[in-house]
Design a protein around this ligand. Structure first.
Ligand code: ZN
Length: 202
């Protein structure tokens, strides 16, 4: 869940602003930042719908931060709601992806960058965040098409960064240390999801 979660992320980001600046400066001087082109996607078949640059931090993962977690979210709203707030520079949060009920996927932040999605700085740096359209208390929102498409996306992420497909490395937003968010909630079928991720990886 991202709506209403901005304050927590903002407090964390503000406290480390100076450190962030130092990291960026170092990369610039070193000249090691990899070139990037607008619209380049990490997940084939996703549509690029850029989040506001205020809602993520430029990085060079996995060279500067190792990626070893996937964080599963539920929007508490529609696919369109998620894309709208991600574009809002005052929202102070965005995930890397948004999955629609019909399985359509938008990529909103590049995986090499740090998206502000978990409310925990260290977790943001080590993870890729995936939002799912719908509400935590409406099990019908989690459709077959959504599970299959999201599992394929997560399988790709796990393959790219050699992340084990298990519940230690594929986690709920509610399991991120320090968060008060409850998504994806009790109706998210983890057994089914991990089975689909493993099947997609084969
Ligand atoms: Zn969430």
């Amino acid at each position: 869940m991202l709506i209403g979660g901005g304050a927590v992320v903002a407090a964390g980001a503000a406290g480390y602003a100076g450190w962030d600046g130092l990291v960026r400066w170092w990369w610039r001087v070193a000249g090691l930042e990899r070139p990037r082109r607008e619209g380049v996607l990490d997940h084939a078949g996703a549509e690029w719908v850029a989040a506001s640059s205020a809602n993520w931090r430029r990085a060079d993962r996995p060279l500067d931060y190792e990626i070893d977690r996937v964080v599963v979210h539920v929007v508490e709203g529609s696919y369109g709601d998620a894309l709208r707030v991600f574009r809002d520079p005052l929202h102070e949060a965005a995930a890397h992806y948004v999955v629609r009920k019909d399985g359509y996927i938008a990529q909103t932040v590049r995986e090499l960058d740090v998206a502000f999605h978990s409310g925990n700085r260290a977790f943001n740096e080590r993870s890729v965040g995936i939002e799912h359209e719908g509400y935590v208390d409406r099990p019908g929102d989690f459709t077959d098409a959504m599970y299959v498409a999201s599992a394929r996306l997560t399988a790709g992420i796990c393959a790219r960064y050699a992340i084990p497909v298990d519940r230690t490395h594929i986690v709920a937003h509610s399991e991120v240390p320090g968060t008060d968010h409850t998504d994806p909630g009790p109706h998210w079928d983890w057994d089914r999801y991990l089975k689909l991720v493993r099947a997609a990886a084969d």
